[in-house]
Design a protein around this ligand. Sequence first.
Ligand SMILES: Nc1ncnc2c1ncn2[C@@H]1O[C@H](COP(=O)(O)OP(=O)(O)O)[C@@H](O)[C@H]1O
Ligand SMILES: [Mg+2]
Length: 524
Amino acid sequence: MPDALPGLFLGQSDAAQPENLLFNRANRHGVVAGATGTGKTVTLQIMAQGFSDAGVPVFCADVKGDLSGISQVGAPNEKLIARAAEMGLTLTPRAAPTVFWDLYGQKGHPIRTTVSEIGPVLMARMLNLNEVQEGVLTVVFHVADKEGLLLLDLDDLRSLLVYVGENAERIGREVGNVAPASIAAIQRALLQVEQQGGDAFFGEPALKLEDMIRVGLDGRGQVNVLDSTRLMNSPRLYAAFLLWLLSELFEQLPEVGDPEKPRLVFFFDEAHLLFNDAPRALLEKVEQVVRLIRSKGVGVYFVTQNPADIPDSVLAQLGNRIQHALRAYTPSEQKGLKAASQSFRANAAFDTAEAIQALGVGEALVSVLDEKGAPTIVARTKIRPPASRLGPATDTERAAVMAASPVRGLYEQVLNRESAAEILANRHSAADQAEIQAQVQAKAQAEADKAAAAQAKADQKAAEARAKAQAQAEARAAREAAKPARRSTRETPVEALTKSVLRTAGSTLTRELMRGLLGGLKRR
Ligand SMILES: Nc1ncnc2c1ncn2[C@@H]1O[C@H](COP(=O)(O)OP(=O)(O)O)[C@@H](O)[C@H]1O
Ligand SMILES: [Mg+2]
């Protein structure tokens, strides 16, 4: 098995040395950067397949559709075979064990989570809320958590927003202020996300991480490819989704320290979308998650055009670096180049900044962490060609991969169990019914009183005392008759509420909800 190798073969340096990414340093994160067309996606492809070969499951987003070729046996042309031979590599064409995912459920298995699980922080980011609106959303989640209302899909969230709006005064007293204008703004933002098809992402069955972190019987790690061709049109949804996945991994996986090889490697393509106009507080949390997830055995690799797209505090944690060619025409490009070159441990043989500009396609400057955890001297490296196909899989091939997938059928059918929307609707109708019955009762009572009074008046002259006593008795009888009925209608909504909360409690919310670093649900 290739996992006997100490590292993942990235390519060969111009000093004719193999450049290996050490598996036991792979959880120290990394970055793959470079201008468009310089070889980032292919590098991602050879890394994903290399990890898979070593028994490490991988998650990556396929932004343009070309990464899907990893699911197909490569058909290297002479040039590729020669390129491989140059680095002492015999290309054995083979596909990686791929599972396609798609938030929209079209080009992969659907991938969902619940609103409760994603939490207020990432939901606010997805909805592009301002600080005040985010505060209101936090109150809304708090109410749901406290009252045991499950938020599965966007319908649930909408119902809860209405409920919070209607009870703004009480909730304002008990939990926190909720301005109607903010509720309205959140409702509008929700509508927008829905119009972009984002509602498909919310609901059940929610993704189980075990279905991603799989190793096949042949010892190879599953390569999870998230088709993001459509998702890229909703960059905020894309960023929030990947952050959610990262935070789930963080919250759910146990500590392992520094393992022999990662438990999972997570590639974050178009990483600038994650950081673009993200609020400070969120950036700090992302930085924290990236730092801490290492000890859970997860390696995070950011793929982006320019390392300057990544905040310094995050960049500083990315130990394994692969820098493809950069242009440096505009001032901002020059700044990016400077940042990129300064981050490397210099090689006496060449000037780093010059080398970055002179790199050919499929070449990169590489520096990885050595056994001691120190960065190696930067080396000009020809990246190896992939064993899987260079270029996209066809729709037919994709369908065949999906039909043979180990997760086939697990997520296709949407579940809709009772959650906030239904509970609140029931509560509403129960309350309405109670009100109607109370009115009917009051009317009957009034009529009975009136009749009794008329009766009393008519009989007054004949037998005043007796008639009066009788009328009182009748009235009392009428009231007694009305009483039990009235009491039971008053109890109905309470009963309904208790029942629904109990049902909910029986399904998931067995104890008070705890939220993790990025606001997602904690399970331990
Ligand atoms: N390691 C490599 N081996 C062989 N060819 C490569 C390699 N890297 C890049 N190429 C060639 O360059 C093209 C563009 O690379 P790609 O990874 O798609 O660039 P980017 O993702 O940076 O836009 C590929 O389609 C392929 O033909
Ligand atoms: Mg690309």
